[in-house]
Structure formats: structure tokens, C-alpha cells
Design a protein. Structure first.
Length: 342
């Protein structure tokens, strides 16, 4: 959509995902193919604000690397250099929306909102959900009520803070949840935005561009009968950081714990998260459990699940952050509400 230089507007950054996907070959899988203008055109005249469209790329989000996510964040920052921009909407695949949205939140240093959205049903399905999600996201991004709220995810009428958000169902239209932080508000089919009172946000971390280099961070699961084979393989591949997906409140076993101790002694940063849907990682148990992992040098992730723990650790390693400071940053995200000015 053409926007005049002096016209207040919302910027739509199109990155692909189901909202842009079509099955170009009968019987084949859907592939991200629509441009941002095509995605926006699906609304007809339903947008609450004037919109300027920018294509970032056309990818399913299951294909994205952290460098791609940093490219999206860089494009958000470029869009916000225009004082006429009210806010930014990012259309994105749902598979890794929780990672990109959280990275954007970590470095977002502007009062204007950034709103992620997408779809569960492809653009060429009989009744795609993308247009309605996009219309609501535009309403949130342009709303004065959303200023100062940071990065949000608007999906199926519910608005979530980026911190703690996660895809909670593979196929339902109500695809997202935020068990620990809850919803930030709602947006109606007519574009009425209602946002609840929010806790203070963390101070933004410095931004790093893709060319800054990409440290390797691997997610290693603990499970019944797990040994240290996968962890050793990640370390041999050159991992700078490890997110250990523990069981319960962040537990593993004696063999994994011994390998964690060796890794941290060699300078690798290890963060312990959990496969459990909600609640904090709390080091309690010995014999390879969370208390022993902490003694071995692992950093508890607080309320962050493996997906967002990976993003925070990756960013901190890119910035050259010392291990003790990394532990402080994770500790600052261990409780509700967020601590202002961390």
C-alpha cells in the first residue's frame, strides 16, 4: 500500500509463514510464496490504519536460523527510524514465532509497539485465519494503548507479551499461550483493543547485527535413560552454549551432570530449562538433579523455556557477555513481575 511521507501509518514486515503459504502443486505441501502486498491485499479494506509493506523474506519459520531472526530485528529498527510509523506488524510462521518475538523484545528500545502474527491455515485454504489475525495485529500496532508495551503476539483475538509466549497447539486456531505471564489483552473482530495493566519491562539489551557472528548454542534433552552422548556431540561440534532441557523443575542425571561440569570448566555456558509447560526452574534435587547441575556450573533459566532460553543465551554470547553476567540476566527473568532497569 502506498503511504505518503507525512502520513502516520503501520509498517507490515512480511517474512513468510503459513499466512503466506500456498500449495502450488496439487497434493504437495504448502510453501511460503505470497509477497507482503499479497498478504496485505487479503484484508480488502479492513485495515484500521494506513499500512506500508516491506518484504523481508518468504520462508517457513521452521527454516529460520538465529541470523534470520536478527535480520528481522534489524528491519524492525529500520522501520522505526521513520517518525510517522505508529508501530510495526511482523507476519511470521508460528513454528518459531516465540523465538523471533522474544529476540525482538530483548533488544526493543522504542515506545512504539511491535506485533507478531501469522496463521494456522494456509492462504489458499477454504477459510484462512490469516486475514483476521493480520487485521487485529494492525489494530494493536497502531493503537496508542499499545505504546510502551514492547513486543506482542496477537493471535486469534488474544494479545500476549513476547516473554514467555509459546505455541501451545499444533493445529488449533488458538495456537498460542503464555502460562506464566498470561495474556496482555484482547482485540475484537472490529479492531477494538483492550490491554490489561502490564508489569514493567526489562531494560533492552544491546542490538547486534547478523555480521557479528553466530555462536553455536544447542538444546540437549534429558529423558529417561539419557546419557551424555548428545551433549558430548554438541561440545565436539563447537558449541559455545548449551540449553539443557531438563525434566521437572530442571533435573537431569548423574552422567549428564558430570558432563555439564566438564563443559562449564572448559568455558561453555550451560543453562538449565525444563520440558514442563509452566513454572520456574528451581534447583532442589541432588544425584544429578537441579541442585547438582547448579553446583556443576549450570545456570537456571527461571521462567524461560528452552526455545527462549536459547535466544537469550545466543544474544548474550554474541555480545561477549561474561558467564557471571549471563547468570545475572537469567536470574533477573526468574520471577514475576520483571524488574525495571535491570
Amino acid at each position: 500500500m502506498t503511504v505518503t511521507d507525512s502520513q502516520a501509518h503501520v509498517v507490515l514486515l512480511a517474512t513468510g509463514g503459513t499466512i503466506s503459504s500456498r500449495s502450488t502443486v496439487p497434493g504437495a505441501g504448502a510453501v511460503a510464496s505470497d509477497t507482503g502486498e499479497q498478504v496485505f491485499a487479503s484484508l480488502g479494506s479492513a485495515a484500521s490504519y494506513p499500512v506500508r509493506v516491506v518484504d523481508v523474506f518468504q520462508k517457513g519459520s521452521y527454516l529460520l536460523a538465529v541470523d534470520d531472526m536478527i535480520t528481522i530485528c534489524a528491519t524492525i529498527r529500520e522501520a522505526l527510524e521513520d517518525p510517522e510509523v505508529l508501530g510495526v506488524v511482523v507476519t511470521h510462521g508460528t513454528d518459531t514465532m516465540e523465538e523471533t518475538a522474544y529476540l525482538a523484545e530483548l533488544v526493543h528500545d522504542d515506545e512504539r509497539p511491535v506485533v507478531f502474527t501469522g496463521a494456522q491455515l494456509a492462504a489458499d485454504s477454504a477459510s484462512p485465519d490469516g486475514p483476521a489475525n493480520l487485521a487485529r495485529a494492525i489494530a494493536v500496532a497502531g493503537s496508542p494503548k499499545a505504546r510502551g508495551r514492547g513486543v506482542l503476539v496477537a493471535f486469534a483475538g488474544t494479545v500476549f507479551p513476547a516473554s514467555g509466549v509459546r505455541k501451545s497447539h499444533t493445529t488449533r486456531l488458538e495456537a498460542f499461550a503464555n502460562p506464566d505471564f498470561g495474556a496482555a489483552g484482547q482485540v475484537s473482530d472490529t479492531g477494538e483493543v483492550r490491554l490489561w495493566e502490564a508489569p514493567p519491562r526489562h531494560a533492552p539489551l544491546p542490538f547486534t547485527r547478523p555480521e557479528a557472528g553466530s555462536p553455536r548454542v544447542d538444546v540437549i534433552p534429558s529423558y529417561p535413560g539419557a546419557d551424555a552422548t548428545l551433549l558430548r556431540a554438541a561440545l565436539e561440534a563447537g558449541a559455545d552454549g548449551i540449553v539443557l532441557q531438563g525434566t521437572g523443575n530442571g533435573n537431569a542425571n548423574a552422567e549428564l551432570c558430570a558432563e555439564v561440569a566438564a563443559a562449564t570448566a572448559a568455558g561453555v555456558v550451560v543453562v538449565t530449562s525444563t520440558r514442563v509447560d509452566a513454572g520456574a526452574v528451581v534447583p532442589v534435587y541432588g544425584n544429578g538433579g537441579g541442585a547438582d547441575l547448579r553446583a556443576a556450573g549450570a545456570i537456571p533459566s527461571g521462567l524461560l523455556r528452552p526455545s527462549q532460553s536459547l535466544i537469550l543465551l545466543s544474544l548474550l554470547l554474541r555480545l561477549g557477555t561474561p558467564r557471571d553476567r549471563i547468570a545475572q540476566v537469567f536470574a533477573g527473568r526468574a520471577n514475576l513481575p520483571a524488574r525495571p532497569g535491570e
